[in-house]
Design a binder for this molecule. Sequence first.
Ligand code: TA6
Length: 293
Amino acid sequence: MTLIDTLNRDWQTRGLRFAEGPGGLAIAELTHEGASATVALHGAHVLSYVPAGAKPVLWLSKEAIFKDGKAIRGGIPVCWPWFADHPDEPNYPAHGVARTRSWKVVSTDSASLTLELQANEATREHFPHDFVLRLQATLGDALAIQLSVHNPGKSPFTYTGALHTYFAVSHIDQARAEGLDGRPYIDSIDGKTRKTQAGPIRFQEEVDRIYLETTDTCLVNDNGWDRTIRIAKEGSHSTVVWNPWIAKAQRMADFGDQEYQEMLCVETTNAADDAIAVPPGETHKLALTLSLA
Ligand code: TA6
C-alpha cells in the first residue's frame, strides 16, 4: 500500500483526500462548494488556494523545488522558530527548521486538516527545546490557517516566526498593499532603519519591511484583476511586506527572473519586537484568514 493509499485509508473525509503532488510530495486536496486548496505534508506548506470561480490567491514559483530539506518557493511557508536569519547563528537555515521537515497528519474533518511537528534530535540541534507545532487548514467561504505552538517542556522558550504568504497578482504595477498606513516599520533594505508608513504600499523597487504594532487586517488591491484579497489575523502584532524586485529575483535559483512581477508577500508574523515567549505548558496561536472581499 502506498503512502497516499494509507493516508486516504486513515484520514480521507468529506472535502478532503490525499494525492501525489509536485515532486512526488504527499498533498491534501481540500474542496468546498467550488473552492479548492492544497497542503503539502512537507513543511505543512499550503501550496494553493483557489476560491470558487476566481483566480488563484496564492502564488507558486514555476522554479519551485519540491524535495525534503528544501523550502518551497511560494504558497504559505511556515517560518519557525526564527524569522529570517537566525539572530546569532549565521549558518542556521533562514526562517527556521519547520518549513523543511515532514509533518504528520493528526486529524481531519470536513475540508479541514491538522498537521503536527514535534521536536526531535535534528530540531534540537538548532532549537534546544521540546515543542509541539500544529497547523490546521480549513477551507470554507475563506481559507483559515492556524499555527499553534505548544511548550510541553519545563522551561520557557521564545520564538519568532511567520505564515509567509505569497500572493498572486496580475502585475506588480497594478497591485498595492493596504492596512498599514501610519504604522512604524523596520526597513530591511535600508540599514534596518525605522520609518513610518504613509498610505498604501506600492512597488517600484525591492521592498522588505517589518511593520510593527499592527493587528490590522491587510488588503492586497489588484486593479489588473479587479479584486481585493483580505488578510485577517490573530496572535500577531507585526506584518512583513516583501517583493524581491529584479536583482534579488535573479539571485534566487528557485525564483524566475521575471516572476517578481506576478507576486507579492504580505506575511502574518511574530517578528522583530513581536517575539513570543511561551511558558511551560502554554500554547501560542497565530491565525490567518484569507478571503476575497
Ligand atoms: O520575508 C521577507 C524575507 O525575509 C526576505 O528578506 C527574503 O529573504 C524572503 O524572506 C525569502 O526568504 P527565503 O529564505 O524563503 O528565500
